[in-house]
Write a protein that binds this ligand. Structure first.
Ligand code: EPS
Length: 398
């Protein structure tokens, strides 16, 4: 659907990840250090397992970027798995007890695997390193239009953040980056850290909720006329495609569902210059599947990681007997890291929609078009103010 596609290839413990982003316009400055910065953000947070001490994700750009700028050709990127050194050539014991919640069983049923490891290898959230690399290129593109995508954690397990209404999204994101659970509420951040610690000691795992925002997005991305181009659906699908994400809402959608219409919808006002305004943004920046020009706000719920030190009841597929799960090294809580992945997925959807909106093949062609986009102001919205009628039956002069 999107004019901007990407593919990731790789296995969790294989030699490397390959990502190909196709459809990016020419002339976008790309800095490998900025991609590495996003990769490092994805790695840093409390609640990770031992693997993150082994990996030091760094991108190798191998196509589509010349002299520091995209050429319009597919952008190819590689990220090494440093852990491959300890897996290469090793005799890997059979894995026949599926972990409830992981792709082990469903993947084996679907593909007919005779060992569960191929499901594990590809379902692994290590794949998200490749997504974040693609998202970083999309962020670089969006940044040329002053569009910023960010995020933070609002809940981990039973601990919820009290996100200050007064603080801007950028202030919240900056506060969140300052602690190891990526939460903008410092008191809640401490409680979340403690909660993760306790749950780790109890040999268990935790999920939570992340919030992703996009600022500076012009009105008019997405469309109400095609079900599959409604941007809300596309953004929710993108977030819902992240490993362990099981729920997504646009703005405070579930809270809105308990209120009345007059308490939910964002009033429209006009100022003396003819600019239209919204005093609230309960729509999360989308109406009719189209961006309104207000911040886009999405929330995603992550389930607790399915690899738990305490065993869960399962079945050994080799013997057919009841068995409990065996522990595989894993994370305990990946919610803070999911923020970076959520940002990448949202950046990818928005970059694709902006490319569709602006057309052309290069950033230079697009920049003036962006400046001329119709905005929420009276001068851009001339009304005919005449009666009209459906005329499907009108066959002209026939
Ligand atoms: C993952 C299991 C763990 C995580 C991994 C995702 O890997 P390992 O089994 O090698 O310890 O660390 O995440 C990453 C490696 C990463 O980079 O995010 C899983 O099974 O999904």
């Amino acid at each position: 659907m999107s004019l901007l596609r990407f593919l990731t290839a790789g296995d969790s413990h294989g030699p490397k990840w390959t990502a190909i982003l196709e459809g990016m316009v020419a002339g976008v400055p790309i800095d490998a250090a900025a991609i590495d910065h996003e990769l490092a953000r994805r790695q840093q947070a409390y609640g990770s397992g031992g693997r993150m001490r082994i990996e030091q994700d760094s991108v190798r750009l191998t196509a589509g970027v010349l002299a520091g700028q995209t050429t319009g050709a597919p952008v190819a990127m590689e990220i090494d798995n440093l852990d491959y050194r300890s897996w290469s050539g090793r005799k890997i014991p059979p894995m026949t007890v599926p972990r409830p919640g992981h792709a082990d069983l469903a993947g084996a049923i679907k593909y007919g695997y005779r060992d569960l490891r191929p499901a594990l290898e590809r379902a692994s959230a290590r794949e998200t390193a490749a997504r974040v690399a693609c998202g970083a290129v999309c962020k670089a593109y969006l940044g040329r239009f002053d569009i910023v995508v960010g995020g933070y954690v609002t809940a981990i397990g039973e601990v919820s953040a009290d996100v200050a209404e007064g603080a801007s999204y950028l202030e919240r994101a900056a506060l969140a980056e300052a602690n190891d659970v990526r939460c903008p509420d410092p008191a809640a951040a401490q409680a979340m850290h403690q909660h993760i610690r306790e749950v780790m000691q109890a040999k268990d795992t935790l999920g939570g909720v992340i919030e992703i925002f996009a600022l500076g997005v012009p009105p008019g991305l997405g469309s109400h006329v095609h079900f599959d181009r409604r941007l809300g659906g596309r953004l929710m699908a993108a977030l819902g495609s992240i490993q362990a994400i099981k729920g997504v809402e646009i703005g405070p959608a579930f809270a809105n569902s308990r209120k009345r219409g007059t308490q939910v919808h964002d009033e429209i006002t006009v100022d003396e210059t003819g600019a239209l305004h919204r005093s609230t943004n309960r729509s999360g920046g989308l109406e009719g599947g189209i961006t309104t020009g207000e911040p886009i706000v999405l929330r995603a719920a992550m389930k607790p990681i399915s690899t738990t030190l305490n065993p869960i009841a399962s079945v050994d597929l080799a013997s057919g007997r009841a068995e409990t799960t065996h522990y595989e090294r894993s994370d305990f809580c990946a919610v803070p890291r999911a923020v970076v992945i959520g940002e990448a997925m949202v950046a990818w959807v928005l970059a694709g929609e902006l490319i569709r909106k602006l057309g052309g093949d290069s950033l230079a062609e697009q920049l003036p078009r962006f400046d001329n986009l119709r905005r929420a102001r009276l001068e851009d919205l001339p009304m005919d103010s005449v009666h009209w009628q459906f005329s499907y039956e009108d066959r002209g002069n026939e």
